[in-house]
Design a protein around this ligand. Structure first.
Ligand code: HEM
Length: 155
């Protein structure tokens, strides 16, 4: 089924994003501390991170609109009931809100590479933007240890 396939893709992409975010953060950090030039590799690290985040966003939007856990619950139960239930609230509101904020930060962080500013400033800005985005992503993923119902598998 299309939905199941996209759910698996969405779930797997988390690892791609996490790995690429760690790489981009590491590169920004070493760039900051070594004073080297901002390279094509640094630019690509941010670009690939942004592409993976936007792909996950598109698939996520589909899951949210077409699936049982997003819009459907708000429509059928009403916003108030969704807010009262920790699991419904997590998927319909918290997950999407956190991830949208993180993806905006990643997009801004990627844009830093194109700005006409000193390389040291590029490293510093992208370091903080990607780091905060990664932290938000890590707290917004339905990890297996989450409260009953909102926890999901590793892949
Ligand atoms: C960095 C971005 C994101 C990451 C890493 C991420 C990760 C995940 C993971 C790991 C799951 C559990 C999958 C499973 O049960 O196997 C999930 C479920 C879900 N995500 Fe995301 N997500 C992201 C962004 C989004 C966005 C932006 C939306 C909405 C626009 C979204 C909507 C959903 C929905 C509705 C589910 C539940 C689908 C279902 O169980 O039927 N996600 N996400």
């Amino acid at each position: 089924m299309l939905y199941t396939g996209l759910l698996h893709l969405h779930s797997f992409l988390r690892w791609v994003i996490i790995v690429l975010a760690v790489v981009a953060i590491y590169r920004s950090y070493t760039g900051m501390s070594s004073g080297r030039l901002f390279s094509a590799g640094d630019r690509k690290a941010g670009l690939f991170l942004m592409i993976s985040a936007h792909t996950t966003l598109l698939v996520g939007l589909y899951l949210w609109i077409a699936g049982p856990w997003g819009l459907a619950n708000i429509r059928n139960l009403g916003f108030g009931e969704v807010m009262k239930d920790a699991v419904y609230r997590f998927f319909a509101i918290e997950h999407i809100t956190g991830m949208l904020i993180a993806i905006v930060l990643i997009t801004i962080g990627r844009g830093v590479a194109k700005k006409d500013i000193p390389d040291a400033a590029k490293f510093k800005r992208s370091f903080w933007l990607f780091l905060v985005a990664l932290v938000i992503i890590l707290v917004s993923v339905p990890w297996p240890w989450r409260a009953v119902g909102a926890g999901r598998h590793w892949v």
